[in-house]
Each structure stands twice: as C-alpha cells, then as structure tokens.
Design a binder for this molecule. Structure first.
Ligand SMILES: Cc1cc2nc3c(=O)[nH]c(=O)nc-3n(C[C@H](O)[C@H](O)[C@H](O)COP(=O)(O)O)c2cc1C
Length: 326
C-alpha cells in the first residue's frame, strides 16, 4: 500500500489508541514489525491552546517513521490550525478521527458524530487538505447505527475531498467496541474507491490478518487491542503472510521485550514517570503465564529497573524449573 509516497510493504498498521500508543509503545511496535504507527488522538482545541500534554502527544522520533498524528475536533478552523502544527512538527501523515464513539467526544460533535453528516466530514477534510502538504488520511466507522451504514458513500466523498487513505473500523458508532466487526463492507468500499482502505476491527491473530487480506481485498490491516502487551503480533503476522508459518514467541522473548519497552518508557519519560506509567503493560506481557498475577503485584510496587528485571528473571527461572514455560 502507498499513502502518497509512503510505502507500507505488508500493510501492517498499529492503530491509534488513547493512553496506549505513546512514543515508547509506538517504538516497540515498530521494532517488532509495525509498518505504520499512529499517535493517540489529540484534541485540536487543546493543541491550538498550547496545552502541554496535548503538544507532547505529537512528539515523534525518526526511528518510528512513518508516523501518523491523529487529531479530532468539530471546528474546521481549529482542525486546520492543528494540522498545520502537526505538519510543522515533522509528522509524515495527519489523520482525522471521525470514529471516536465516546460520549464526551460525540456530544461535542466530533469523532463519530460526523457519521450523521458525511458531507461535513468531506468539507473538513477539504479544508485540511488545502492547508497542508503532507498526506491527509481519515479513520471512521461503518455508520452511526444499524439503520445508517454510510461507509460506501462516505469513502467516496472523502476520496474526492483528498484523503490519501481511509481506515475503517468495521463497527457502527452504536456498537461502541462490542459485537463482531463486520468486514463485509470493505469489498463494497473497495469497489467504489481507488484510495487504500485499511481494515480495522477484530484483527487479532496472524490468521485473522491473512483472512482479512484474502477475503476483503483491503490494502492494510490495523491492529489495536491485540497489540497491547503483545507487540510481537506484527512480527508474527508478517511471518505468516510471507511464509505461511506461525511463529512461537518464547517466554524469554516476552520478558526481554517487556524490559526493552520499559527502558524506552524511562528514556522518553524520565525514570520515575517511565516506570509508573509502564505498570499498565505488565499484565499484557505476562498474560496466560502461570501465577502471573502475583508477579504483577510485585512488579507494580517496584520503583527501579534493576528490581523489575530481577523479579522477571527470577520468575523466568521459576517457570523453567517447574516446567511451566509453555
Ligand atoms: C484503549 C483504546 C483507546 C483508543 N483510542 C483511539 C484513538 O485515540 N483514536 C482512534 O481513532 N481510535 C481509538 N481507539 C479505537 C481503535 O483504534 C480501534 O478502532 C478499535 O479498538 C478496534 O480495533 P481492534 O479490534 O483491533 O481493537 C481506541 C481503542 C482502545 C481500546
């Protein structure tokens, strides 16, 4: 898939996730094979008011490129100003969120609220496309609810307005995050537009990714929840798509990757904050391992890298000696 001049070879994309896809998480996913990464969404109103926390979200580094910085908001003027700030900050792509379903966003006429009036989406996109020279992309859903599947018309309008790729979360706004993603809309969209379509929703395993490519002709798959505590998913997907082989990730690889991710968190956030904010990641990295809950309890109380490393290495030794590594 190509987004403008940006080549995404196997179509493996890390989704935007608020409070998850910060710089350390994007970097670890990139190192594990993600080919395009998205920042957390950023409120355009906060960005233009110079709110420090929002501005920090658009900090990017060369190693993670190509990176898409995502914004949301209801006011075209603020969105245009934010898009310009994002371009100036060196992002490769500016992505517009037309899919967020949470009340706080929708009640402010942003995110998925635009699904009620796709023409407004297209107008906003046009204004942003006219104002920046980096590629503009969008992410949206199938429609507002099961009475309004507007994705095919919306994709056509957005293509005409100038987006260079569209990510489709295959649920309606009314579904939120529940129910199964309905991929059957992707071929219908593909029939009507030429821009790359990125399929999102329930792509959780290498087999899912292959099925998505084979059955929908999507140009890329976008992975969100399945990457949390599991950045290897990109490596496994790539291997399966290229060779048909399913690779096993060893417990030691999980531990080493967890520690590498922790180091990144400390490097970019400072030691204390890096360790504190990393706590949410342990359960993902240790998921399914014997008695991991008690290890996690120790990890979340730890305040130094060496202590954390020691706990994880002791745990590994325990698993090995008790024959519980698989
Ligand atoms: C914790 C969390 C935060 C999210 N934040 C964003 C966001 O900032 N922007 C966005 O477009 N979607 C966001 N999403 C939605 C995901 O990008 C994705 O569309 C959704 O999780 C479905 O994909 P999945 O089945 O692979 O999880 C978020 C999802 C989760 C679980």
């Amino acid at each position: 898939m190509k987004i403008g001049k940006i080549d995404i070879e196997h179509g493996l994309v890390l989704a935007p996730m608020e409070s998850i896809t910060d710089l350390p998480f994007r970097l670890i996913c990139k190192r594990m094979g993600a080919e395009l990464v998205y920042t957390e969404f950023i409120a355009s109103e906060a960005l233009i008011r110079d709110v420090e926390r929002s501005k920090r979200k658009m900090n990017i580094v060369d190693e993670e490129r190509p990176v898409a910085v995502q914004i949301f908001g209801d006011k075209t003027e603020s969105m245009v100003s934010s898009a310009k700030m994002i371009e100036d900050s060196g992002a490769d792509i500016v992505d517009i969120n037309f899919g967020c379903w949470v009340k706080k966003v929708v009640n402010n006429n942003a995110g998925a609220a635009f699904l009620k009036c796709p023409e407004k989406m297209a107008d906003m996109v046009r204004a942003i496309v006219d104002s920046v020279s980096i590629p503009v992309t969008a992410k949206t859903r199938l429609g507002w609810d099961s009475n309004s599947f507007v994705i095919v018309e919306t994709a056509q309008m957005l293509e005409q307005a100038g987006v260079l790729a569209l990510a489709v979360h295959c649920r309606t706004r009314a579904m939120g995050m529940s129910g199964a993603a309905d991929w059957s809309w992707i071929p219908k969209v593909k029939e009507k537009v030429k821009i790359p379509i990125i399929l999102n929703g329930d792509v959780n395993t290498p087999v899912d990714a292959k099925k998505a490519f084979d059955t929908t002709q999507c140009d890329a798959v976008m992975i969100a929840r399945a990457a949390i505590g599991n950045p290897f998913i990109f490596k496994s997907m790539k291997e399966y798509l290229v060779t048909g082989k399913l690779i096993q990730i060893s417990v030691m690889q999980r531990i080493e990757t967890c520690l590498e991710h922790l180091k990144l968190s400390m490097d970019y956030k400072g030691e204390r904050k890096g360790i504190l904010e990393f706590r949410k990641n342990y359960s993902g990295y240790l998921k399914g391992l014997f008695d991991s809950a008690s290890v996690r309890q120790k990890l979340v109380l730890s305040e130094s890298y060496d202590e954390i490393r020691g706990i994880l290495m002791n745990y590994y030794q325990f698993l090995e000696e008790s024959d519980r590594l698989t």
